[in-house]
Design a protein. Structure first.
Length: 74
């Protein structure tokens, strides 16, 4: 059971990284105000709406992290 939980955590971490990298790239290319959550989701290779509204506090923190990364790159 611990191994299954570890795999899920690793997969979740990988998904999160894909989303963060996709958001960072799109924000750098298009600016924060010109990128939708749907675009980030698609660019991260997610088939379903992993990112959606309303969002949890942790997701809001990740979005703010993406925003600051995009501003640094712009």
């Amino acid at each position: 059971m611990i191994k299954a939980r570890t795999r899920l955590t690793a997969a979740s971490t990988q998904t999160r990284e894909h989303i963060l990298l996709a958001g960072e790239r799109l924000f750098a290319e298009q600016g924060f105000d010109n990128v939708s959550l749907r675009q980030i989701n698609t660019a991260a290779g997610q088939r379903f709406g992993i990112i959606s509204a309303p969002v949890s506090a942790s997701t809001q923190a990740e979005i703010l992290e993406l925003r600051s990364a995009g501003q640094r790159l712009a």
